[in-house]
Design a protein around this ligand. Sequence first.
Ligand code: SF4
Length: 494
Amino acid sequence: MLKTLLVIPPKYGIDYPPLGTPALLGYLKSKGVEAEQVDWNMEYCLAFDSGDSGDINKNSPYKHLLPDKPASEMPYNDNTYSSFFFTERILSSPLLFQFINDSKENPFHRFILEKKLIDEIIQRKIRILGLSIISPSQVIFSFTLGYLLKQTGLKIHIVIGGQWVSLYKKEILKRNDLTAFFDSAIFFEGETPLFRLICELSNGGDLSNIPNLIYKPVPEGFNQGTASGFSLSESHSVEKLNDLPCPDFDGLPLNKYSTTSDGKVSLTFETSRECYWNKCVYCVDLPHPKQGYRVKNPSLVVRDIKNLLQKYPLKELIISDPAMSPNQMRGISREIIKEDLKIQWWCWTRLDKHWTKDIFELAKKAGCRTIDFGLETASQRLLDFMQKGINIDIAKRVLNDCYDAGLEIDLQMMLGLPTETKEEALETVTFLVENRKLIKHVTFNIYYLTPGCLIHGNPLPLISIILRRAALYMEILRNMALFLKTIFRHFNFS
Ligand code: SF4
């Protein structure tokens, strides 16, 4: 079968390895595929990245695609060539190809040439290159590498996948010009589609039956480069978690991630996919329609943890489930305790009414160190409007139980939620201050509209609230005008 290289493209965080390529590598190896993975993001961040805005030349022809006034209060910079802001604008700009090909301005172009990444691909004898694009900040590198690779005329199939592809699947399908950067794109879960793609490409087969695939149809008698646009495969696959093997982190620079200390590494891990709640209207987890919440059996979770403990100098596991359910936490904790595994872990979840102090105590005994809860706002009106399914009084009870069980609490908060007023934002700040004893750490995110979320699919309730507010302001202005008119008449001003 054709040899496959999975790539973590820049620019992304370097705290710990993202789970995408290790999950795929574990799966491909379990099927007998010859595959490897590299973290070129790490190389870029450590040896090449010139800093937050150091990439930008004062006379850059792309300066108008960056914000006039960078929002310095944002937790990430929006005035770089890898920012969400620039990526969105360059992708819909006529300057896209110029930028991709601009070795002076495009830092990723320089990185690819200086680090001789194409030579590395050739030396490794790679025939299928998979780029895992989780965030918009990884798009420009991926497209630049794909473009430069295609210029060489080498017969290497370029497939992109990851969260970004899932979110922007409909937009990708409409863009024939993107065929210059990649040959196919896998949306939603990648294990079965990537394996099937490798099989079909290895055997000269038909791509149209591969699930979750956007691909270039090859007209009979022509080679792949002549296809003019993308097609969508008709089949669909959803992974069964109990059938998936342990993720494989081989090939990644584990000693270089910033959470590595004293030679011990933090690895990402999952025990479920999707969220059992799945109703928050802004959720960026995966676009709708969702595939459904699925859990891995706790005994298989423990099998995988044992495997990781044997293979790697493990410090802790970062369990990246979008929201671990109380049931799943109870089951996994019991199994870890039963098997007497010495492991530390933390996870994300929601402030569900089913959490109890007993579950938190069990988790603490099983090595859980921290729980990161997505609260977003302390305004009950906004929690209801966002369909968070959280009652703020129950949330306080859960936080107290978690704290009493001896677990650290991180909170995810969001500013600028649609229709949020200044008073509601201050209500959130007051909540955090009042409960500061319970909370170890707070992360503030800025609300960001993505395709595929419920707001994007149905903005009418939001528009009606904004219109109602506008009508209310108009009414206030009208009343003020009447009031002033009355005063003027009373005092006989003219
Ligand atoms: S709890 Fe989190 S993962 Fe679940 S639907 Fe809400 S935002 Fe999405």
